[in-house]
Design a protein around this ligand. Structure first.
Ligand code: HGY
Ligand code: MN
Ligand code: MN
Length: 409
């Protein structure tokens, strides 16, 4: 495995959507993303791989495979090259570039594993238009009826975004892989948290990946003059949303246990002028937990809380689910293979759950799937200063290489 070549490719990919102060914004289907897609296809061809793109926009590079077929089940690795707004250069990119580097190394060494190998770049992992979109389509979990209404929070529709990139969104379900086409899946990813770094452990072996619920919570009150309306007569939708957010956070912490988390990353106030009492306030509320039952209970409790807050403030509230991913256990076989690769490389490893969602949780539904984590500096991610040490990146890529060779033997 060549760290200089991997580093060059990671830094080259980081240029697509690069921000002046560092970091990247490269949303799926956007111009920087489509330029990165074309560049990735070129790099995969340079590495001597067969390349193909499926109807959901997933990009593949194959070694001994030019498609996914049950006739020769493929050992698959990969991740995503889309980013959050103002994100880092490693979230997703590391897994795709390290996977490409591993297959490039295997081809150069003229090693011929018993099984074909492939690396994937899954579309819209960050879920701008629909959570874990590309891997969901590949795993046959995309509901065709939902496609026309799938849209980003700012209203940009999936059908239009994919259309601008030359894809027909209605054909995305055709990306579903044939049953038995994938022999195993392993993804290298940054931890995006601080547990490995604080424990001084170089490699994380993921046991379970969290589930996440996302919903729009829309409070309706009454727009009014911000100067002439007496305070006691106002039906202020924003105050309802704020009250709900603070109480929902307390609810999740007190009733969810140590691994439950919640976030309000999107807030819209309407009409949105300083001299109008907000008539409408919209939150996107996210709850995560590695236990499906806990997640379900918290989601239900928060819905009841929203209605209580609205009633107490003379408001109404709309609850509109956006997405729900289920927690996914990783395959013991893949976890053990990763640990054997670490032992062969003299690297300590530790099992842990992933507090971030990943494409591997879809692949876990169709094959034995697992993940390898490397430490994130300060646990920082989904921010422009997200980074890992280059020797940590090298260790992760080497563990991925040895894991792939073992799975493909
Ligand atoms: O949000 C997540 O957990 C992942 O980074 N998409
Ligand atoms: Mn992410
Ligand atoms: Mn990611």
């Amino acid at each position: 495995m060549s760290l200089p070549r991997l580093k060059d490719r990671l830094l080259a990919l980081a240029r697509f959507g690069a921000l002046p102060g560092g970091g990247v914004t490269r949303m799926c289907w956007s111009p920087p993303y489509e330029q990165a897609r074309a560049w990735l296809l070129g790099e995969a061809k340079t590495a001597g791989l067969a390349t193909w793109v499926d109807p959901a926009g997933n990009v593949f590079g194959g070694l001994g495979a030019d498609r996914v077929s049950p006739d020769a089940p493929v050992v698959l690795t990969g991740s995503h090259i889309d980013t959050v707004p103002e994100g880092g250069i490693l979230d997703g990119a590391l897994g795709v570039m390290a996977g490409l580097e591993c297959l490039h190394t295997i081809r150069e060494a003229a090693i011929r594993p018993a099984r074909p190998l492939a690396v994937a770049a899954w579309s819209d992992e960050e879920g701008r238009y629909g959570s874990l979109f590309g891997s969901r389509a590949f795993c046959g979990r995309l509901d065709p009826a939902a496609i026309p209404s799938m849209a980003a929070v700012d209203g940009d529709r999936l059908v239009e975004a994919m259309g601008r990139a030359g894809f027909d969104a209605h054909r995305a379900p055709e990306a579903a892989a044939p049953p038995g086409g994938v022999a195993a899946y392993v993804e290298l990813h940054i931890e995006q948290g601080a547990r490995l770094e604080e424990a001084g452990i170089p490699i994380g072996v993921v046991e379970t990946i969290v589930g996440a619920r996302r919903a729009r919570v829309v409070f309706h009150g009454q727009a009014d003059h911000a100067g002439t309306t007496p305070m006691e007569r106002r039906r202020d939708a924003f105050l309802g949303a704020a009250d709900y957010a603070l109480k929902a956070r307390e609810l999740v912490i007190s009733r969810g246990g140590a691994r439950a988390v919640t976030n309000f990353g999107v807030v819209h106030v309407h009409p949105g002028a300083s001299n109008i009492v907000p008539g409408r306030a919209e939150l996107v509320h996210e709850i995560r937990d590695p236990d499906a039952a806990v997640l379900e209970r918290l989601a239900r409790d928060c819905e009841a809380l929203a209605r209580e807050v609205a009633a107490a403030r003379g408001l109404t509230v709309e609850l509109r689910p956006i997405s729900a991913t289920t927690p996914a256990p990783c395959a013991p076989r893949v976890q053990e293979t990763i640990e054997a690769a670490c032992a062969a490389l003299g690297l300590a490893s530790r099992r842990l759950y992933s507090a971030a969602g990943h494409d591997a949780q879809n692949l876990a539904g169709v094959t034995d799937a697992g993940m390898i984590f490397i430490p994130s500096r300060g646990g920082r991610s989904h921010r422009v200063d997200e980074m890992s040490d280059w020797d940590a990146i090298e260790r992760g890529a080497n563990v991925l290489l040895h894991t792939l060779l073992r799975l493909a033997a």
